[in-house]
Ligand binder design. Structure first.
Ligand code: BJW
Length: 248
């Protein structure tokens, strides 16, 4: 692993030089991208009093939903409310200024789109909290008003429970999103890995995919992460500070 670069000016210059040499750049992001918008991450956040008793990774599962569907929907609706009140931060805005960079995100929020990224150009590997879908996959899907999300309810087509259109543990990723992501990562000269613990698979394997075919990896994270060992360059600190400097 390369040593973290602490001299800010040197780090920015090196990273910018690397990016200028690249034709195809992908950005692979996680919850840390939205942290400076006030959205909690999964594994490193200061716990919110209301939800501090619960493990988010257990709530984000079919088992959690089966055990207590109301609890899971209340948790998602609390997060929807937080996202509705949040604004894109300087990291989202910096990425949106670079339409040439392919956005592959694990995040289910719509902050990249609200920052100005084209909706069709953001690949959401873990789905979208902005929609509900039928848990039994009868095909029903509906856009949700994040500021006024409905409580637990049943599908109007087949009467199974409705749930957020996100990917829980043990569920497969949307096939189209995964295929697109794999194709882009295979061809990328450089991947920016932003604000992810890189601990959830298969998403995290995309970093290995880029690396394996010779692409460079620039990691931006407040802490060392699962991506550190793959990093050609590791910028330690908030992405809302690094990305505007790097991409301007
Ligand atoms: C900052 C910052 C700032 C903070 N600036 N940085 C291979 C090996 C082992 C296990 C598996 C495997 N393959 C599959 C699995 C099982 C499982 C898995 O990966 N488990 C792991 C825990 C080991 N994977 C799955 O189940 C996946 N499906 C699957 O594999 O299907 C095939 C299959 C089917 C059936 C049986 C078997 C296989 C699905 C995974 C779905 C993940 N879903 C969630 C919830 C989504 C909905 C929701 O939002 O509620 O996705 S879990 C959660 O983790 C969420 C995230 O997208 C994902 C990743 O988290 P992320 O984004 O990295 O957040 P954090 O909190 O972990 O990290 C934040 C980082 O930001 C930190 O590093 C901070 O330091 C940093 N940070 N502030 C920069 N300002």
């Amino acid at each position: 692993m390369n040593q973290p670069i602490t001299d800010r000016k040197t780090a920015i210059l090196s990273a910018r030089t690397l990016l200028q040499q690249c034709e195809k750049i992908v950005c692979f992001s996680g919850a840390g991208l939205s942290a400076e918008s006030g959205i909690s991450t999964f594994r490193d956040s200061e716990t919110d009093a209301l939800w501090s008793r619960y493990d988010p990774t257990q709530l984000a599962s079919p088992e959690g939903f089966a055990a207590d569907p109301k609890l899971v929907i209340d948790w998602y609706n609390w997060r929807r409310d937080a996202i509705a009140q949040a604004n894109p931060n300087p990291a989202h805005l910096a990425l949106a200024q670079r339409p040439d960079i392919i956005q592959i995100t694990q995040n289910v929020d719509d902050l990249l789109e609200r920052a100005g990224c084209k909706q069709e150009s953001v690949i959401h590997l873990h789905g979208n909290i902005t929609h509900d879908r039928c848990h039994q996959r009868c095909g029903f899907q509906q856009k949700i008003d994040l500021a006024n999300p409905p409580p637990l309810r049943n599908c109007p087509m087949c009467d199974a429970p409705l749930r957020p259109a996100v990917v829980w543990f043990g569920e497969t990723l949307p096939a189209w999103a995964w295929q697109q992501a794999e194709q882009h990562c295979q061809l990328a000269d450089c991947m920016l890995v932003i604000g992810t613990s890189a601990s959830v698979y298969p998403a995290a394997s995309l970093i290995e995919l880029t690396k394996a075919q010779g692409g460079k990896v620039i990691v931006i994270n407040t802490h060392p992460s699962g991506a550190s060992t793959l990093a050609d360059m590791e910028l330690i600190g908030p992405c809302g500070e690094w990305l505007p400097e790097l991409l301007s």
